[in-house]
Design a protein around this ligand. Structure first.
Ligand SMILES: O=C1C[C@@](O)(C(=O)O)C[C@@H](O)[C@@H]1O
Length: 178
C-alpha cells in the first residue's frame, strides 16, 4: 500500500562537537480510510476463437461458453475484481495488455493459437509490471506437436493447462497466493 511521505532532515550536534545530518525520515500515513478493503484487480484475457467456447470442438474445449462460466468464477473470488476481455486480433490483445499491465495485480492469459506463434505477445508480456499466468483449457502437450511449444511461457509467471475451464480458476488462485 502506498502512502504520502513527509520527508524531513535535521542537523544536530554530535557528542564530539561535529555536526551530524540525520537521514530524511518518511512518515507514512495510510491513504485509505480504516476498514476499507482494496480489491485486487485481475484481467482474464482470451485470444482468438475462444469467443466460440461451447460451440468450438466441444470434445476438447467443453460445452460451456466463457460468459456462462464467468459468474461462477466471480462468485468464488468475491474479494477480487475479475475483468474479462476477448479479442481475435493480436494487436488488440497487446493494446489491452499495455493498458492494464502496469496497474493490475495480475493477468490470466489464454492466447489461443497466438501462444504458439507470437513474438509480439512475448515482448509485450516481458514489458509489463503485472504478472501474467498462461492458461490453456486443453493439455496442449497431449495434442499436435505444434502446440507443444509456447512462445509466451518464458515471459509468464506460470503456466496452467489441461484442467478445462478450471484452469482459469487455478490461475486466479495462483495470482492471489503470490
Ligand atoms: O485456441 C487454442 C486453445 C488453447 O489455448 C487451449 O485453451 O487449450 C490451446 C491452443 O493450442 C489453441 O490454439
Amino acid at each position: 500500500m502506498q502512502g504520502q511521505g513527509d520527508a524531513s532532515a535535521s542537523v544536530t550536534e554530535s557528542p564530539t562537537g561535529g555536526r551530524l545530518r540525520s537521514v530524511p525520515v518518511c512518515k507514512f500515513t495510510a491513504k485509505e480510510p480504516k476498514g476499507k478493503t482494496i480489491m485486487k484487480k485481475i484481467l482474464i484475457m482470451n485470444g482468438p476463437n475462444l469467443n466460440l467456447l461451447g460451440v468450438r470442438e466441444p470434445g476438447i474445449y467443453g460445452k460451456s461458453s466463457f460468459e456462462s462460466y464467468l459468474p461462477t468464477l466471480r462468485s468464488e473470488f468475491a474479494d477480487v475484481t475479475l475483468e474479462y476481455y476477448q479479442s481475435n486480433i493480436e494487436g488488440e490483445l497487446i493494446n489491452k495488455l499495455q493498458e492494464v499491465g502496469f496497474s493490475y495485480d495480475g493477468i490470466v492469459l489464454n492466447a489461443g493459437a497466438y501462444t504458439h506463434t507470437s513474438v509480439a505477445l512475448l515482448d509485450c508480456i516481458r514489458s509489463l509490471k503485472s504478472p501474467v499466468v498462461e492458461v490453456h483449457i486443453s493439455n496442449v502437450h497431449q495434442r499436435e506437436e505444434f502446440r507443444h511449444h509456447s512462445m509466451i511461457s518464458a515471459g509468464c509467471k506460470g503456466v496452467i493447462c489441461g484442467f478445462g475451464l478450471d484452469s482459469y480458476r487455478l490461475a486466479v488462485q495462483g495470482i492471489c497466493n503470490s
